[in-house]
Design a protein around this ligand. Structure first.
Ligand SMILES: Cc1cc2nc3c(=O)[nH]c(=O)nc-3n(C[C@H](O)[C@H](O)[C@H](O)COP(=O)(O)OP(=O)(O)OC[C@H]3O[C@@H](n4cnc5c(N)ncnc54)[C@H](O)[C@@H]3O)c2cc1C
Length: 464
């Protein structure tokens, strides 16, 4: 092993070192520890949770990153309940607001009833998406029969070819911004379809009741990660960015800013784009290296405005809005109780948000909330926002915005181990890729795979 000591010859020495203390890394460590394996998690940030982060507005804890769990997200739900976290239904009583093409109206249900023609077109495009979704293998999208064709164009080009009406296109743009942190023209059709399939189909992806936005965590999602990390104790090391991982036939040496760790195996949970910041010795094969270059992270920002009470409810509004005008493009009501405080969560387009001063960002959001919900929205009692693209370490999210050709060229490298280094993280999931649930499943799977290899090594050692 060039430039490093043998495993066990100095620094910390464990069975498995896990890179990243998000849901994947913590789940991997939890599973390994429960199997009696020694494990150390190294995290570059000074906190756990990764793309899950708690904030506070008017004394209410809010999710600046990941928020919702679906009923079918059983892995993350199990994890939450094991550490005593609880869910609450996403409020969706009342009419939703739609502000499109300069016109405000209200509607009920998931899909805005803009006009009969728009409804027919939306149904037509949903059917077309569903047809593509059913033809894609969620575990190996790049091997699907139509993979090359679907990866040769962007989601946006496909909408053009299908002559999608502007209203359908506007809604697909909202989906794209929320899911991949980019516009439809920046994401490959194959990648989009793979993620829609992973999310349980387009209806499950969009729905509140029975869908992906079904429940929130009362304590916030990062609290789950914090409690798991607490149980792991000194097996989690924060503020330890991994700069280099060397390996030989005996094990891996992981070089961090706060020391070197030796282990038999490594599990790296960093998103594909963030793997690029680690120097691997021996180097990653060309396909794995290409993955780190081309699976760039999308970017999304969120803002929360708090009021004495959720005043929109009195006007029969759900707090759910979709708009194509300005910075905010979708809102939800995340108030803790009917009696208040009332909290609106707004998804913001980073292109018309992140570059502004904190005051301008706030003004833009509040102005838009006033357009959507009336003058009472002008006077919040508190406000907070978070720009994921401006994170100093491992920036971006919610998910990679993968351009055409990158999935068929490099997708296979998502999960292919590099010697003693195994990969986990939500991007490596088949079903539920892009969610906390996917992250938990991949962490657990990687832990079991590596634990089996450790057992095999012991058996083979005993035979020698
Ligand atoms: C705004 C936003 C909204 C979202 N909404 C939802 C939602 O409602 N529901 C849902 O299920 N999901 C949602 N997600 C997605 C969800 O957050 C992720 O799918 C999930 O948290 C990913 O977990 P992970 O462990 O795979 O990766 P991460 O959370 O990214 O964890 C990886 C960790 O590795 C660390 N790391 C990276 N490189 C290194 C290195 N070199 N050395 C050491 N550490 C390193 C990172 O700092 C990070 O902590 C959202 C995400 C965002 C940003």
């Amino acid at each position: 092993m060039s430039g490093s000591r043998e495993p066990g010859s100095g620094g910390a020495s464990v069975d498995v070192v896990v890179v990243g203390a998000g849901f994947a890394g913590l789940s991997a460590a939890e599973r390994l520890a429960s199997m009696g394996r020694s494990v150390l998690v190294v995290e570059g940030r000074d906190r756990v949770g990764g793309r899950s982060l708690s904030g506070e507005v008017a004394g209410v804890k809010v999710d600046l990153g990941a928020t919702w769990v679906a009923r079918r997200h059983t892995a993350v739900r199990d994890l939450a309940s094991r550490v005593g976290c609880t869910t609450t239904g996403q409020f969706d009583q009342g009419r939703n607001v739609l502000w499109m093409a300069g016109r405000r109206r209200t509607y009920s249900g998931t899909i805005p009833k803009v006009s009969p023609a728009a409804l027919v077109d939306m149904a037509r495009m949903q059917m077309a998406v569903n047809k593509l979704v059913s033809a894609v293998d969620v575990d190996a999208a790049w091997e699907s029969p139509k993979a090359s064709r679907l990866d040769a164009i962007s989601f946006g080009e496909w909408l053009d070819r299908k002559n999608a009406l502007p209203s359908t296109r506007a809604l697909m743009t909202v989906i794209s911004k929320v899911q991949w942190g980019c516009t439809p023209s920046d994401v490959s059709l194959l990648h989009a379809v793979r993620y829609i399939r992973a999310a349980g189909g387009i209806d499950h992806m969009l729905d509140v009741e029975g869908g992906q936005q079904q429940d929130r965590l009362v304590e916030t999602t990062q609290e789950i990660a914090k409690r798991v990390a607490e149980k792991l104790g000194d097996r989690v090391r924060l503020g330890a960015p991994v700069r280099r991982i060397a390996q030989d036939d005996n094990g891996v040496a992981v070089h961090t800013d706060s020391g070197e760790i030796h282990a038999r195996y490594g599990i790296v949970t960093a998103a594909p784009a963030h793997r690029a910041a680690i120097a691997f010795d021996p180097a990653l094969p060309a396909q794995a290296e290409g993955l780190t270059r081309t699976w760039r992270m999308g970017v999304l920002s969120k803002a929360f405005a708090a009021y004495e009470v959720p005043f929109w409810r009195a006007g029969g509004l759900s707090g759910e809005a979709v708009t194509d005008t300005g910075t905010v493009f979708i809102t939800f009501d995340v108030s803790p109780a009917h009696s208040g405080p009332g909290v609106l969560m707004a998804f913001c387009d980073p292109r018309v948000f992140d570059g502004f001063s904190p005051e301008t960002r706030r003004d833009r959001v509040i102005q838009q909330l006033a357009d959507l919900y009336g003058p009472q929205a002008r006077n919040p009692i508190d406000y907070v926002d978070h720009c994921w693209g401006s994170e100093p370490f491992a920036p971006g999210g919610p998910n990679p915005a993968v351009a055409p050709y990158a999935t068929t060229s490099y997708g296979r490298a998502l999960t292919e181990p590099h010697g003693r280094i195994h990969w986990a993280g939500t991007e490596t999931a088949g079903e539920w890729a892009g969610t906390m649930n996917g992250a938990v499943l991949t962490g657990q799977r990687a832990a079991e795979r590596v634990a089996a290899l450790l057992s095999r090594d012991v058996r083979e050692g005993a035979l020698r």
